[in-house]
Design a protein around this ligand. Structure first.
Ligand code: ISC
Length: 397
């Protein structure tokens, strides 16, 4: 039997991870992308003109790696954060990360956890959201509401340790990307997302939207039953169908072929089951870049709702905080227009000793405040485990 080598075994010595911390990591099933240093920051601005800024950047800066990496925030008007790295390594295939460097001090006296909003306030927001959905079912079909956990630990959080732990789940895409520093303190968005927003490879385009969730069970029979129940759930299928509808509507005028041949299937992470649909298409115009596609699709009803404008207004009213880079996108693009963008969920903003974790849930008629509260608690579990915490330990089970 061939054991998978660790990433450090296949990297040149001066590029070893995590001792020599890369600025950016994106590890998916088929490759790991590591970016080091910052040659240039792409000028900030809203997602609507990101494609133009990217095109100009590549025209004006032909030297260096042919790639920009970074993050797109949830709010379409907020500034994107993309970087042109000094060096890039693309390691093909599936590799483990070596044992995590650094530890995270989560022993009782060094640690604080605060739910923001509180579980009760989140449940009340879901109840208000449901009332809005029922008042105007024709003009509002779905909203996605989120909540956050603020965690402070005893020492500066070691991003490589988090990444190595998150990467233990092969079903997700592990990422760490720098965010604009706050008061001189570096910030990162770190997470393990199961959801592909859009990928462009030449003329081919792919998306794998997820919506509709159930938590995994420890016993195989119970786990299978949870999956089967999710697959049969009319409420979850409706919640899911709206995401697929929006993505197909956006992509179809741009494609000569567009299909979801497998229909709705199950996607499993270590902690969650999801309903997912793989969408594949062929672009009419090879000039349509991955950024243009992301800018048209974002935010999908997997993180916002339907219709987008109305759902977004309700989210801003009921959530009461700025989502920042949560529920945005993280990925890369190159000068040919190729790129891959994942939905930035199951993630945390990391700043020194502080982390802010986010989890959201889609709400449609038939959802319940208790159900959505429990679902968001389960969605926190992968990130919490990366911190060495269990949901039960912090009252989230
Ligand atoms: C918005 C999140 O998840 C989305 C992706 C998959 C399933 C979802 C759901 O069932 O609600 C959400 O739409 C999140 O994890 O914060």
């Amino acid at each position: 039997m061939v054991h998978p080598s660790t990433l450090n075994d296949v990297l040149p010595e001066d590029r070893v991870f995590p001792a020599n911390r890369p600025s950016y990591v994106l590890r998916s099933g088929d490759e790991t992308l590591l970016a080091y240093g910052v040659a240039r920051e792409l000028p900030g601005g809203a997602i609507a003109d990101l494609a133009g800024r990217v095109r100009r950047h590549f025209e004006e800066n032909p030297a260096g790696p042919d790639i920009l990496v970074g993050a797109i925030p949830y709010a379409r008007e907020a500034s994107t954060h993309l970087l042109h790295p000094e060096k890039v390594l693309r390691v093909m295939g599936r590799h483990e990360f070596a044992a995590p460097a650094g530890h995270i001090e989560t022993h009782a006296h060094g640690m604080q956890v605060t739910a923001d909003p509180s579980p009760d306030a989140f449940s009340a927001a879901v109840a208000r959201g449901l009332a809005r959905l029922c008042e105007a079912p024709d003009s509002l079909r779905k909203i996605v509401l989120s909540r956050s956990l603020r965690i402070t630990v005893g020492n500066d959080i070691a991003v490589p340790a988090l990444i190595a732990r998150l990467a233990a789940d092969d079903a997700v895409v592990t990422f760490a990307t720098p965010l604009p520093p706050r008061d001189g303190t570096p910030r990162f968005l770190v997470g393990a997302t199961p959801e592909l927003l859009v990928e462009r490879r030449g003329s081919r385009v792919f998306s794998h939207p997820l919506a509709g969730s159930a938590r995994r069970r420890p016993d195989p029979a119970g786990d299978r039953e949870a999956a089967d129940t999710l697959l049969r759930s009319e409420k979850d299928r409706r919640e899911h169908a709206l995401v697929v509808e929006q993505i197909m509507d956006v992509l179809s005028p741009l494609c000569t072929e567009l299909a979801a041949p497998e229909g709705v299937t199950l996607k499993a992470t270590r902690s969650m089951w999801h309903l997912g649909t793989r969408i594949k298409g062929v672009l009419k115009d090879i000039g349509t870049s991955s950024i243009e596609l992301a800018a048209l699709l974002h935010p999908t009803p997997a993180v916002c709702g339907m219709p987008r404008r109305e759902a977004d207004a309700v989210i801003r009213d009921l959530e009461g905080y700025d989502r920042g880079f949560y529920a945005g996108a993280v990925g890369w693009c190159d000068s040919s227009g190729d790129g891959r963008w994942y939905v930035s969920i199951r993630c945390a903003e990391i700043e020194g000793r502080h982390a802010r974790l986010y989890a959201g849930a889609g709400i449609v008629p038939g959802s319940t405040p208790e159900g959505e509260l429990a679902e968001t608690a389960h969605k926190f579990s992968a990130m919490l485990e990366a911190f060495g915490l269990s949901a039960a330990q912090i009252g989230e089970a």
